[in-house]
Design a protein around this ligand. Sequence first.
Ligand SMILES: C[S@@+](CC[C@H](N)C(=O)[O-])C[C@H]1O[C@@H](n2cnc3c(N)ncnc32)[C@H](O)[C@@H]1O
Length: 223
Amino acid sequence: MVIPWKDDFTPLLLHKNFKEESLMNKDMTFFDKYADNWDTTRKENPEKINYLLQLASIPTGAHVLDVGSGTGILLPYLHKIIGPSGTITAVDFSDNMLKKSQCKFGHLPNVNFFLGNILQISLQKNFYNVAICLNVFPHFGNHKEDFIKQIYSILPSMGSLIIMHDISRATVNGVHRNCNEIKNHMLPPVNMTAHMLSQAGYKIATATENNTMYFIKGIKNQY
Ligand SMILES: C[S@@+](CC[C@H](N)C(=O)[O-])C[C@H]1O[C@@H](n2cnc3c(N)ncnc32)[C@H](O)[C@@H]1O
């Protein structure tokens, strides 16, 4: 069966310098290495995920882009929320992470998996109502604003970008600082991320962080 929205990706050729390319490749290798142990070392707390998704308030029937979906932690939760009329596209640039999530959730009929760097792929415009990233934003490094703008360019009016973490910013940054390969992957204070979103044209619906979580939702303005 051909899933109609499956063919909507086309590679976008962006000029990237060699250094950037090799940094990205290093990141892919890093996450490939962690795929097998991710679910045990970074076991999710369902209560926390449900709480974050409550804040996200994703409607039934939504078309959701799960950016940096990893081993698919969010997929069963999102699947329940969107129901049979919605779709989820799980994107990750780590082959091992994506394979793991496909193994676990490939049976879900309205979930699509795509291997690629979110900063380099071209996504169908005006299709996704929600782009969500759990525990991913710091990994965009110096390209956080590019990511925010890219998502803005494909969202329909009133579509939203949700950036969330199920641990505090201090914990995220502490863990990354202690890991040589990703020591520069920092999560900015939520008000700074809110500023980036506002600058790109989003209206901030919620921006909050505390010692257990980090959550921001920006909505593409209606013009
Ligand atoms: C810390 S893991 C989080 C995975 C999952 N969202 C979770 O919370 O368990 C970050 C994920 O983002 C992916 N990732 C990082 N940068 C990416 C990019 N530019 N494009 C696509 N995936 C990316 C990594 O491969 C990894 O699977």
